[in-house]
Design a protein around this ligand. Sequence first.
Ligand code: ISE
Length: 336
Amino acid sequence: MSELRIAVVGAGLMGSDHIIRIENRIVGASVAAVVEPDEGRAKAALAEAPEAVWFPNIEAAIAAGGIDAVLIATPGQFHEPVLLPALAAGLPILCEKPLTPDSASSMRMVEAEVATGKQLIQVGFMRRFDAGYQSLKELISSNGQGELLGLHCAHRNPEVPESYHNDMLIFDSVVHEIDIVRFLTDSPIKSVEVKAMKRNSNNHEGFNDPILVLLTTQSDVLATVEMNVSVKFGYQVKTEAVFENGIAEIGRTSGMNTWFEGQIGTAEHMSFKTRFAAAYDAQIQRWVNATKRGEIDGPSAWDGYLAAAAVEAGLEALHTGQRVDANYASKPAFYN
Ligand code: ISE
């Protein structure tokens, strides 16, 4: 196959970013279809991908032929109705996180994939492709500084829209830490506990942020996560790892330094789109290359299910104030 013809489903914030990425930076792929019910968004997307055809839904795009793979970039609650027909058509899929919003629906996706007899789904946990997280994983696996004892993670966004609500802190934002802590430690999340920090009075009514989330892995590594989506100054995702013999930190900004008017400054990201731009590029390029070989090269539907199950524990922890254990089904041999 010379060029992978991708249908991008959803041309909102992430979908439009991926369309520009595929058209301008990814080798060996192009956007062949834009699946988007909103005409304005679709037109804006087609301006970036003039060869693409616009479809109102995935069924119409599949029926028309001319696509080899699907990239799903709609919000999580709309993933299942796209995943099922794409799987039934045998199409490889890169699905933005979360796979689906809860573990029961994620398990349905796992079962639907197993029924096809082939691993077709990769989940868009892009942090796994970030150079910083990859170096940290290597350091942890090498045991070079002794055993990993704990992690301190900060996940900070400048602001969120009024539609962002308390549960989203867990299923939309902390879900990244749930996946990356498991990736770094190679151990699933055993339990989740959530503590409220003092509420930021800039927040919209009823929204309680920031929070401190305690994730304990089955290997007994404790990860503290400051989840803070209204911190105004910028977008910051960093992790400090505590080893037996020392400390490592990733994610400190590498922006421009300035010395003006008696102040020292460093430019910080304002959005995940720039903070993780290189990770998104690597994720999509590797997915394109693997898809052409008939494989996936990144987190699987099973990884998506594990994250959804841990998110469920996190939501219960948020609602009850208790430490909640995550429950997982046993892993189908298909994913070994
Ligand atoms: C958003 O959906 C993301 O996935 C970002 O990576 C995260 O930082 C942000 O908090 C989420 O709302």
